[in-house]
Design a protein around this ligand. Structure first.
Ligand code: PBG
Length: 307
């Protein structure tokens, strides 16, 4: 009776990887229980997640060919576009289909944008690519596009591009406070991304020391038209989630990222942690802090436990 916070499968969004040119799912070493899916194995995985009550997935693509601009990201026959169509065919309106919107999985240098002369992403040139990706994803059946590149003005640019093409009902889930954390390592294995020349994303992602600045990013994204704002990673940034909750009335999402998932698995493998109990505690804490939606690789395990 006095429990303040309850988890429900409806709170969860499962991040899933789909790889071009493979016939069978490939396990990802640093993310136990997660796979680079083939188109067919992705369909099966989503069917099972739906049966468990998970209402939504977010797709990440691993293309066969990478180039300087990441052009496979907006190719109508690119892997994510094909997978979006498959899932839309399978589930109609009964699944909330999100697509991560970025180029780092598609560029040969691993940055989230097209590079300028100094080897850093050119913010404004990159916005033009994001606009094309948004439209390609919407055409393929995405309900929600989720820009994760942290370029300034990306939400506004994408909103305008979608509206111009008649996609005014497609929502934007903005990775608004996305930190330059050390916790994305396993994800970069999952999508075969190495940032060129030992580079990092500190030029465009948030400083891990700053919370006020993150609030400013959240406010800006809302002003630009974001429908949902995200804080990422989740556990080390519960203060940011709570602060956003106090100030913001639109839905807040939090991403329990690859490194957070991998840590729990590593502890459990050694017998030092109870996998399910810690997964549940992490997710519940994120919700208690104020998140409405949680992107987590534990979606399946949690939903199984909630049956
Ligand atoms: C970038 C992107 C990243 C993640 C989601 N989108 C990686 C990055 O910024 O390097 C990380 C997710 C995770 O670690 O689980 N497109």
């Amino acid at each position: 009776m006095v429990t303040e916070t309850r988890l429900h499968p409806d709170d969860l969004i499962a991040p899933l990887f789909v790889r071009e040119g493979i016939d069978e799912a490939r396990p990802i070493d640093s993310l136990p229980g997660q796979f680079q899916h083939s188109r067919a194995s992705l369909r099966e995985e989503v069917r099972q997640l739906k049966d468990l009550g998970v209402p939504s997935v977010i797709l990440f693509g691993v293309p066969e060919r990478k180039d300087a601009h990441g052009s496979e990201a907006w190719n109508p026959d690119g892997i994510v576009q094909l997978a979006l169509q498959d899932l839309r065919d399978d589930h109609g309106d009964d699944l909330v289909l999100c697509a991560d919107l970025c180029v780092d999985e598609y560029t040969d240098h691993g940055h989230c944008g097209v590079l300028d002369g100094s080897g850093q992403p050119d913010n404004d040139a990159t916005l033009e690519l994001y606009e094309q990706i948004a439209v390609a994803q919407a055409k393929a059946g995405a309900d929600i596009v989720a820009p994760s590149g942290m370029m300034d003005g990306q939400v506004f640019a994408i909103r305008e591009a979608l509206d111009e093409e008649g996609f005014d009902d497609i929502a934007i889930l903005a990775y608004a406070a996305k930190y330059a954390t050390a916790l994305y390592g396993p994800f970069r294995d999952a999508v075969d991304v190495t940032i060129a020349d030992g580079g990092d994303r500190k030029g465009y992602q948030q400083d891990i020391a700053n919370a006020r600045e993150a609030m400013e990013e959240i406010r800006e994204d809302i002003a630009e038209g974001a429908d949902i704002v995200m804080v990422k990673p989740a556990m080390p940034y519960l203060d940011v989630i709570a602060r956003a909750r106090a100030e913001v009335d639109i839905p807040i999402a939090a991403y329990h990222v690859s490194g957070e998932y991998a840590m729990v698995h590593a502890g459990a493998e050694r017998g030092w942690l109870d996998l399910e109990a810690v997964a549940f505690e992490h997710t519940l804490a994120i919700k208690r802090a104020g998140a409405d939606l949680i992107l987590t690789y534990f979606a399946r395990l949690l939903a199984e436990g909630m049956q």
